[in-house]
Write a protein that binds this ligand. Structure first.
Ligand SMILES: Nc1nc2c(c(=O)[nH]1)N[C@H]1C(S)=C(S)[C@@H](COP(=O)(O)OP(=O)(O)OC[C@H]3O[C@@H](n4cnc5c(=O)[nH]c(N)nc54)[C@H](O)[C@@H]3O)O[C@H]1N2
Ligand SMILES: Nc1nc2c(c(=O)[nH]1)N[C@H]1C(S)=C(S)[C@@H](COP(=O)(O)OP(=O)(O)OC[C@H]3O[C@@H](n4cnc5c(=O)[nH]c(N)nc54)[C@H](O)[C@@H]3O)O[C@H]1N2
Ligand code: SF4
Ligand SMILES: [Mo]
Length: 736
């Protein structure tokens, strides 16, 4: 029996765990919350066991498989990598780089080594047919951050531990456990606000689990948050309540925002949003009068028709109230791995519209095409069409609108290679599946989520069980593929990664006295991704500066088995800006130009029934449904309908409804509840385990459900960012 401390890799909260393991038999005896983890303090949710269940799942792939005459055959790694590289090279040489499409899924963000090798992988493939789960997720926030702060990956995070007034829009942290707000035990953290005498307000078309513990819940019609937030800004301007404070001298564009906000009053937006003028006035006033208020918006604000405007307005409201970059407001975390600034300040150009989609001529964002257009881009039959697809830890057939058509299009491709360890609704179409080690078999560092945490921290998770001989980690699979396609050696690419990082570090003024070789050799005790991590930690804001003296290095972070507390969030403006002249223009033209689309849509904002999603504690998007413990019990892939709508449509609780959208229809069980507002229905995503060729028998048998993404109009996008509109989609419902 050995006790191992590590963090949970399943959601952004990254709770601290204690694993009791029998290393010789590779058995997990128990997984419990770590009471000494300063972030999670012993808290865990039901999914804390997920990586154990996945590790044990007999249907998880352990070795590469190849489809031969329609049947899967296990093959050796060497054969798999050699055959795939040869086929991909041939396609690329004969038809160009864009003939290989790629889809990048969510679990990659939970894996340190995959994240640091992602750039190598994507740059070497360099395909314009690049899709990701981000375009059904946070891309509007990326765009807003890129335009405001010059960096798409710098997010203002609500400093809820010091806030006394928390307005939550389009997020349900009690279930999701917080997103772009890594805050283990969200329920406790929100209750703490109330115990400190503060207030929690939830604005959501559904009275969510978070709303249930809040002081106030306000129903808002889906997709109308931008009108609501503009009207809020209107009040601030009209009542002369703008407080830019310390940021006054760096902010531009105030007059432009004012002119726009003047057109949206609490009165003229009330019928659109469903929020009365009086309610908004009270909220704006309470917020302005609070000591440390903050407003937060998440996926319900991103994956809607005006996702970029709504996501941007959240920052604008914080800023106008003097709450951006202030304790208890929206603040910028600092990662322990943050690299020192380069010699000349970086001014980032907007990464958008450098190429267009083939079918609709739609601008790319972040080098990616909209995920909602994946089906038609794969099916495109013109010059330079797609011939191969690589999926990396994703399941677009269920996760992306028009998923059924993604399947149909993928079936016609010459080659599909899936980096995954399940035969899911997408990877079942592959010619090869390359399973990486599972999370218990590799170390991890909470890399992405240290940049979204409500308090700065560093946390390393050791490998629990050594993988079986020959097994490859995800970053190794990626490197092998890149090496073989480019006629290189994987070992050389690994060395290049270390040299490149060391070179980047010594280019900064702070480390100009060192050479790349010195940095490289100082970190020689570690290899692979651990070595890169050691370099970043030593060069970072708390690092030992490569002195082996005071400050962090990897060994010290490893030794801190409950994780390291690096203190509360600190003000970071203007230093963090990577915009021209280090100015913060709150009226970026791309967003301002989109406001005319918002104005035009006002007349039809309330047409017909609208569909929203919902998450449940035992789901993780589409991929934990093969775990018996997570799918037993009552069907949760149900359509939530308000009693008013149920009466009008003749629907009964527990009966069935016919749901029509995107030219498809499905039958789903109805759950009648006044927790959802009239005119809105809710169906969770990640279900629809209906294809016979998948290798997830429990999912298929126990809780197949229907895929809401087949019913969502995939042609409607948040236009500036190309993000899918999975919340507020028009839908038809009738009795079945
Ligand atoms: N309608 C609607 N659609 C949505 C959303 C919504 O709210 N509503 N939410 C969207 C969001 S936020 C997201 S993030 C996406 C998620 O979309 P995806 O990322 O496409 O889907 P997942 O269900 O997370 O699939 C993850 C896959 O990764 C594999 N995997 C897990 N861990 C590993 C690993 O360590 N190695 C390898 N090789 N594979 C691994 C799993 O086996 C699984 O097949 O869905 C989006 N889709
Ligand atoms: N248990 C569990 N946890 C998860 C996941 C999971 O699948 N299961 N997925 C993880 C991932 S990948 C992500 S990105 C995060 C997402 O984390 P959250 O953003 O917290 O996700 P949701 O629970 O989907 O909350 C979205 C909320 O937006 C509301 N909403 C929908 N449309 C609108 C609208 O137009 N306006 C407003 N104001 N609200 C709206 C919905 O009713 C819902 O309550 O969760 C993560 N955590
Ligand atoms: S809240 Fe997230 S990180 Fe914490 S135990 Fe549950 S799944 Fe794991
Ligand atoms: Mo997500």
């Amino acid at each position: 029996m050995t006790l191992i401390h590590r963090s949970c890799p399943t959601c952004e909260a990254s709770c601290g765990l204690i694993l009791d393991v029998d290393e010789s038999s590779k058995q997990i005896l128990s997984i419990k919350g770590d009471p000494d983890d300063h972030r999670s303090k012993g808290y865990v949710c039901a999914k804390s066991q997920a990586f154990h269940y996945v590790y044990d799942d007999p249907e998880r792939l352990r070795r590469p498989v190849k489809k031969v005459n329609g049947a899967w055959q296990e093959i050796e790694w060497e054969q798999a990598l050699a055959e795939i590289a040869e086929k991909l090279s041939a396609i690329r040489n004969n038809h160009g780089k864009d003939a290989i499409a790629m889809y990048y899924g969510n679990p990659n963000g939970h894996n340190f080594s995959t994240m640091v090798y992602t750039q190598l992988f994507t740059q070497m493939l360099n395909t314009e047919r690049f899709f990701s789960a981000g375009a059904v997720d946070q891309q509007p926030k990326n765009l807003s951050s890129e335009l405001l702060y010059g960096n798409a990956w710098v997010f203002p995070i609500p400093d809820i531990q010091r806030s006394d007034f928390f307005v939550c829009m389009g997020g349900n942290p009690l279930v999701s456990q917080g997103s772009l707000m890594s805050a283990p035990n969200a329920e406790q953290q929100l209750s703490d606000i109330r115990e400190r005498g503060g207030k929690v307000v939830v604005i959501d078309p559904r009275r969510t689990e978070t709303a249930d513990i809040a002081d106030q819940h306000i129903f808002i019609k889906p997709g109308t948050d931008a009108y609501f937030l503009f009207a809020w800004a209107n009040i601030l301007f009209a009542e002369n309540k703008i407080k830019l404070g310390r940021l006054t001298d760096i902010v531009d564009g105030l007059a432009t925002v004012k002119a726009l906000a003047e057109q949206f009053t609490p009165e003229n937006t009330a019928a659109i949003t469903g929020v009365s003028a009086a309610q908004l006035h009270t909220l704006a006033e309470d917020f302005a009068n609070a000591r440390a208020p903050v407003i937060y918006g998440r996926i319900g604000l991103c994956t809607q028709e005006f996702g970029t405007i709504a996501s941007w307005l959240v920052d604008v409201i914080n800023l106008l109230n003097g709450r951006l970059d202030e304790p208890g407001g929206a603040m910028f975390p600092q990662a322990a791995t943050e690299l020192p600034p380069p010699p000349t300040p970086v001014v980032n150009e907007l990464g958008r519209d450098r190429f267009k989609t083939r079918v609709r001529n739609f601008p790319e964002y972040m080098g990616m095409m909209p995920a909602s257009f994946m089906a038609e881009e794969l099916a495109y039959d013109g010059d330079n069409k797609a011939r191969a697809l690589i999926t990396v830890a994703g399941n677009p057939v269920l996760s992306v609108p028009n998923g059924e058509a993604i399947r149909e299009a993928a079936e016609k491709l010459e080659l599909i290679v899936a980096l995954d360890f399940y035969i899911n609704e997408t990877t079942s179409l592959a010619d090869y599946i390359l399973p990486s080690t599972s999370q218990l078999e590799h170390s991890n560092y909470d890399f992405l989520f240290q940049t979204t945490a409500v308090r700065n921290f560093a946390r390393y998770s050791p490998t629990v069980f050594e993988p079986e001989a020959g097994a490859l980690h995800q970053y190794e699979i990626m490197t092998e593929l890149v090496a073989r396609i480019n006629g290189m050696q994987a070992a050389d690419l690994h060395a290049m990664m270390a040299e490149g990082l060391a070179g980047q570090i010594v280019s900064s003024a702070r480390f100009a006295h060192l050479t790349a070789e010195q940095i490289n050799s100082t970190c020689d005790a570690h290899s692979g991704p651990d070595k890169l991590l050691d370099m970043m930690l030593r060069a970072g804001p708390h690092g030992d500066q490569f002195t082996d003296g005071e400050g962090l290095n990897l060994n010290k972070v490893k030794a801190a088995e409950h994780g390291l507390d690096l203190g509360p969030l600190e003000p970071r403006l203007p230093d963090i800006l990577q915009t021209k002249d280090k100015r913060l223009n709150i009226a970026p033209p791309l967003i301002i130009d989109d406001v005319s689309r918002l104005q035009k849509a006002a007349a039809t904002a309330n047409d017909g029934l609208r569909l929203i999603g919902r998450r449940h504690i035992r789901d993780m998007n589409s991929w934990l449904h093969n775990i018996n413990q997570y799918v037993r019990g009552k069907n949760r892939c149900t359509l939530l309908v308000n009693p008013e709508d149920a009466n009008r449509l003749g629907l009964k609780d527990g009966g069935n409804a016919r749901v029509k959208g995107a030219g498809r229809e499905a039958t789903v069980e109805v759950s009648v509840s006044d927790s959802i507002m009239p005119g809105v229905v809710s169906l969770p995503h990640g279900f629809g385990h209906r294809y016979n060729d998948t290798g997830q028998s429990t999912a298929k048998e126990k809780l197949p459900g229907v895929s809401c993404n087949d019913l969502i109009d995939w042609t409607v996008l948040d236009e500036p960012s190309g993000t899918s509109v999975v919340n507020g989609a028009k839908i038809e419902v009738s009795a079945a």
